[in-house]
Design a binder for this molecule. Structure first.
Ligand SMILES: NC(=O)C1=CN([C@@H]2O[C@H](COP(=O)(O)OP(=O)(O)OC[C@H]3O[C@@H](n4cnc5c(N)ncnc54)[C@H](OP(=O)(O)O)[C@@H]3O)[C@@H](O)[C@H]2O)C=CC1
Ligand SMILES: CC(C)=CCC[C@@H](C)[C@H]1CC=C2C3=C(CC[C@@]21C)[C@@]1(C)CC[C@H](O)C(C)(C)[C@@H]1CC3
Length: 423
């Protein structure tokens, strides 16, 4: 324990408002989830209504909810460990080794997301629309699970070797380190907890919750609306894409840089499934009519966003994995002192985060089917823009520290961060 502290004593830079932020966020964000869900189900669906439509304490818990969450996580764990697909190596760690990760999302996704789970629920005679009624107890359980997981991660990190600790989550302040995560890649045997949580229970859970909302709409109004089909279709595409390109997650900031603590545990297990499905839930209580022209425009917007998001992410991933690959070999680059190069043409010469731009366009397309009468369906767009602006800033600081002058040159060559000529 002592030597860990000594070796990492330089990690004094604090993120997310430092210790105060790390103390308040774990209280404030879980309450926000419950508040948003309650508002979404209320007839007014106004985020500013007073008094807020909070659920009575008796409605927070339901004995079925922990069973569903436990079965769901166990099933996801089982599918994650299935020996199908390939095994891929992550980036080089501080001790010079690389971790191995099972890449089987692609193989499993067809049966996984679209078939087995839905079929299982229907076979068991459980109408998926029930998820709408159970949403608040399910969210409470997911929040409790993320707290327990974060506590477990914090405690076990004291047995981890120095090189396995994250540089940003070892300040010695227990609340801050609990929030940011001390250990970089906590594993039980070959089971990688962070990688599993990032892509499986919460992300796929989001799609299942969306389907539950669609089924509820069918129960209430006999058929799904066009708006509901669009929201379900767009978000299914997004999640399927994440599983299809599972390997690319290995080079994201969360896997490479961030420790696994409360922020990611809660983000993955509670925040993603329960706030990202707000649009579908909104449509159950507040049905919207969409003209074919509006629907076409929204599909086009999502298509453009997805194209930019996918192409730019794939280009960087390809370049980082094999810079001599024909699809990236001809792009202009600048050298850095680390030996790694930075792309200054192609998507990464357009803006510094083209992938964020595509993601934001998609976020807008997911909100528009809900009309413009309420702010709530735009919650994701607003939160996500704030998250990405903050993330861009964190990434820029890390890149400046890594690449020094080369990063400044890149910034001069590519002046806009996310939106050309705007930001
Ligand atoms: N839906 C959601 O809730 C969320 C979605 N996302 C999405 O996840 C995806 C991944 O995002 P994120 O992990 O934040 O970061 P990025 O995929 O944008 O990766 C940033 C890293 O890319 C490398 N890089 C930056 N510029 C260049 C360049 N010019 N040439 C080559 N490499 C470069 C640097 O790492 P290095 O040089 O070390 O390789 C940098 O640290 C994005 O599409 C984002 O929109 C992210 C957060 C939440
Ligand atoms: C408010 C709060 C607690 C925020 C925590 C942030 C997390 C919710 C996000 C951090 C990075 C994420 C990524 C995805 C989901 C959201 C979180 C966990 C992601 C898995 C979504 C699908 C994408 O295709 C992706 C794989 C690129 C992406 C990776 C980052």
């Amino acid at each position: 324990m002592k030597s860990n502290k000594r070796a990492l004593s330089h990690s004094t830079e604090r993120e997310f408002g430092g210790a105060l932020g790390a103390t308040l966020i774990p209280v404030f964000l879980p309450l926000t989830v419950l508040y948003l869900l309650s508002v979404c189900r209320s007839p007014g669906a106004s985020v500013l209504q007073w008094p807020p439509p909070l659920p009575p304490t008796a409605h927070l818990l339901d004995p079925v909810a922990p069973v569903i969450i436990a079965v769901w996580v166990a099933l996801q764990g089982f599918l994650y460990l299935l020996p199908v697909g390939k095994v891929s190596e992550g980036l080089v760690l501080r001790d010079g080794t690389k971790l191995r990760y099972p890449i089987n999302g692609k193989e499993q996704q067809v049966c996984h997301v679209h078939g087995v789970l839905l079929g299982l629920c229907l076979w068991l005679g459980m109408p998926l629309g029930y998820l709408f009624d159970l949403i608040i107890p399910l969210a409470v359980c997911a929040i409790a699970t993320s707290y327990l997981l974060a506590l477990y991660l914090y405690i076990r990190s004291f047995w981890a070797p120095n090189h396995a600790l994250a540089l940003g989550g070892n300040t010695g302040n227990p609340l801050y380190d609990f929030f940011m995560g001390r250990e970089l890649n906590p594993r039980i045997g070959r089971f990688d907890l962070k990688y599993f949580c990032e892509l499986r229970p919460g992300l796929i859970g989001w799609v299942v919750l969306n389907l539950g909302m669609l089924m509820k709409e069918v129960e209430l109004r006999d058929s799904p609306s066009l708006a509901m089909l669009l929201v379900n279709g767009f978000q299914l595409l997004y999640v399927s894409d994440a599983l299809w390109n599972e390997e690319a997650v290995l080079t994201t900031m969360d896997i490479v840089h961030d420790g696994f603590g409360f922020m990611l545990a809660f983000g993955d297990l509670a925040w993603v499934p329960f706030t990202y499905s707000l649009q579908a839930m909104f449509l159950v209580v507040h049905p919207q009519t969409l003209s074919p022209l509006a629907a076409t425009g929204i599909v086009l917007l999502n298509g453009i966003g997805y194209y930019i998001f996918r192409k730019s992410n794939s280009q960087k991933n390809q370049f980082r994995r094999n810079p001599t690959h024909p699809s990236v070999a001809n792009l202009e680059t600048i050298a850095t002192a680390t030996g790694k190069r930075l792309l200054v043409s192609g998507w990464w010469g357009f803006v510094r985060h083209p992938n964020y731009l595509g993601d934001i366009l998609m976020a807008l397309a997911w909100s528009l089917p809900c009309g413009v009468s309420h702010l709530l369906p735009y919650f994701y767009l607003i939160y996500f823009t704030v998250l990405l602006v903050h993330r861009e800033d964190r990434d820029a600081r890390q890149c400046r520290a890594k690449y020094g002058l080369a990063w400044d040159t890149y910034c001069r060559r590519v002046p806009y961060r996310i939106i050309p000529y705007v930001y």
